[in-house]
Unconditional design. Structure first.
Length: 590
């Protein structure tokens, strides 16, 4: 370990960094400098302006963050560096990164963004902040109020400049840059360099040195980029099969519209995945909770529009799946930049319909790379993959040892049974029980035909869901109130759900059906005889809902709800799968 840290310090020291920065780099576990760091750090240390074409995930935060640390005057409490970013999530992420990079120089960094109370920002700025990271709109507000002073700024960073201009911030950026009157250097970072970004650089940077790592070298060099071409109607099944085959530890599924994000997330939940939609209609508070659940592993699939590709504080994911082909090469670069970050490997999968094939060709030209075509995995391919994974896990257990009690049991059974049959039965039992992984939280590929054609008794495919123990986890959402006088509004019951005192029910009825939380309370109280005080959080989405009830009464409540109608619809209540992935018993069918 000490040898690795020594090599890290040596490789970064060659760029001209001092001991404080090198110590922070070693603490953060950085290995060799990335391509953008190798080129940008020496230029910024020398005081040069820089225009860097660098996609997400190439290590650009450290590329400009480490020179900021080096140039920091620890005795000066006024703002010395200003970083402009497109979103509040990116502001928070970068401020935290800069604090980590500058911890041995007592660097103080503050994120400034809309949606946060002004008073808190006023107090922090008044105390003195050395590095301000903010969104253009809120920074301009502070400049107008004269609560942010830029007369001592020596470094200005424009991060994700193309995205800021796409969001319409050009005038705000122009005003902010004009307000920096002190002598300073400016660095502009952008995933691509369209003409509008080039014009901005020409106006505000002086003798800027160009840096480009946006060719094949930087566009996910360690990411396997593949595509599957399938008919448009087969996309849901294709996505399920790909997830079954790939076994992602964590993944982002990108779609084109907000409505499609909700639809795909619901489909995945119905198939037993732990999925959550994230897009522009999701409130900031909801979004932060969703991301926290994703970071902690309680959600394994995010289904999002391009808002999830940029600016969100999402950790590196194992897979990026383009359910819809990105509109252009720039969007593709941003999407797949969520995986294979800073020298790590990753997987980028794109689902292509025949009508989108030309669009994919344009993207390949834009990134100077051809994606590898693959055939859609068959159910037998998925089954073989699962057997291989099961075999590997089995061998890991064998290699780990500590099997004496089980060996004794095998020897006892071997006196009356064939050892091979005993082993086969044990393996069958283990494979049926499964482990809390993505593979065991979904239906089998053999269910695809049933979903398309319906059940054997002729019912539509959706009616089969209530008889399945689908793995559904509560998504992040606003906590609902009852809205009835005799049942007063309640605060969310923080003691329920995840701590094992309550169970969640999943219902196939939601806002589109006119459902209100009070309808669920009334139905549970009247049909199941449960006190309203015993009902926990109620969350109503467009086409489904969640409600928390005592675990001991969950099956009784589900059965009671399935014997009645709510807003003229059968709720089809089932027990949601808990976050740890263990199976739960099925709710009785109506």
């Amino acid at each position: 370990m000490e040898h690795v840290l020594a090599e890290t310090r040596t490789s970064f020291a060659a760029l001209g960094l001092g001991d404080a920065a090198l110590h922070a780099v070693a603490d953060l576990g950085y290995g060799e400098p990335t391509a953008v760091q190798l080129q940008v750090i020496p230029l910024l240390l020398a005081g040069k302006d820089v225009v860097a074409e660098a996609p997400t995930g190439t290590g650009k935060t450290a590329a400009y963050g480490l020179p900021i640390v080096e140039h920091l005057d620890e005795a000066e409490r006024r703002t010395q560096a200003l970083v402009l970013v497109p979103t509040r999530e990116l502001a928070i992420q970068i401020a935290e990164a800069l604090n980590s990079l500058g911890k041995y120089r007592d660097l103080v960094s503050l994120p400034i963004y809309g949606g946060q109370p002004y008073e808190r920002q006023f107090r922090a700025l008044a105390r003195g902040i050395q590095v301000v990271v903010g969104t253009p709109g809120r920074l301009l507000d502070h400049l107008t109020r004269k609560t942010l002073l830029l007369d001592n700024v020596r470094t200005v960073i424009l991060d994700e400049a193309d995205e800021m201009l796409s969001m319409g911030f050009i005038e705000d950026i122009q005003t902010i840059l004009a307000a920096v009157t002190s002598e300073h250097q400016t660095a502009l970072f952008s995933a691509t360099l369209p003409p509008r970004v080039v014009r901005l650089a020409q106006q505000h940077l002086h003798d800027a040195k160009p840096v480009s790592v946006a060719s094949q070298q930087a566009i996910a060099p360690l990411v396997r980029q593949v595509y599957y071409e399938i008919p448009a109607h087969a996309k849901p099944d294709a996505l399920a099969r790909i997830l079954d085959l790939e076994e992602p530890e964590s993944a982002i599924v990108f779609v084109g519209t907000r409505r499609e994000a909700d639809t795909v997330a619901e489909q995945l939940n119905g198939l037993g995945y732990l999925a959550q939609a994230i897009h522009g209609d999701v409130t900031q508070a909801q979004r932060e909770r969703v991301l926290e659940r994703f970071r902690s592993g309680r959600i394994q699939l995010l289904v999002g529009t391009d808002v999830a590709a940029r600016g969100l504080d999402i950790p590196d994911v194992s897979h990026v799946i383009n359910y819809d082909v990105p509109p252009d090469a720039e969007s593709y670069v941003h999407r797949i930049g969520r995986t294979g970050r800073a020298g790590q490997s990753g997987e980028a999968v794109t689902i292509v319909t025949p009508r989108e094939r030309r669009q994919l060709t344009m993207i390949e030209r834009g990134i100077h790379r051809r994606l590898q075509p693959l055939s859609l995995p068959t159910p037998s391919d998925v089954a073989a993959r699962r057997r291989a994974i099961f075999r590997d896990r089995l061998l890991e257990i064998v290699d780990a040892g500590e099997l004496d009690p089980f060996i004794a049991l095998v020897e006892d059974l071997a006196e009356s049974r064939d050892v091979r049959e005993v082993a086969a039965a044990a393996l069958k039992m283990a494979s049926q029980d499964g482990s809390p992984t993505l593979a065991t939280r979904r239906k089998r590929p053999s269910d695809f035909a049933t979903r398309r054609t319906g059940t054997a008794d002729g019912r539509p495919p959706t009616t089969a869901v209530k008889r399945e123990n689908v793995g559904v986890e509560s998504s992040d959402r606003p906590k609902a109130r009852t809205g009835e006088k005799e049942k007063p509004a309640r605060a969310p019951r923080r003691g329920s759900g995840a701590r094992g005192t309550a169970a969640q029910l999943f219902l196939r009825i939601g806002k589109r059906d006119g459902l209100h939380p009070s309808d669920l309370v009334s139905a549970i109280v009247n049909e199941a005889g449960l006190s309203s005080d015993a009902i926990g959080d109620i969350d109503v989405f467009d086409s489904f809902s969640f409600v928390e009830v005592p675990k001991s009464a969950a099956e009784r409540v589900a059965a009671a709800l399935n014997r009645t109608m709510i807003r003229g619809r059968a709720p089809r209540a089932i027990l949601a799968r808990p976050p740890d992935g263990r199976a739960v018993r099925k709710a009785p069918a109506s």
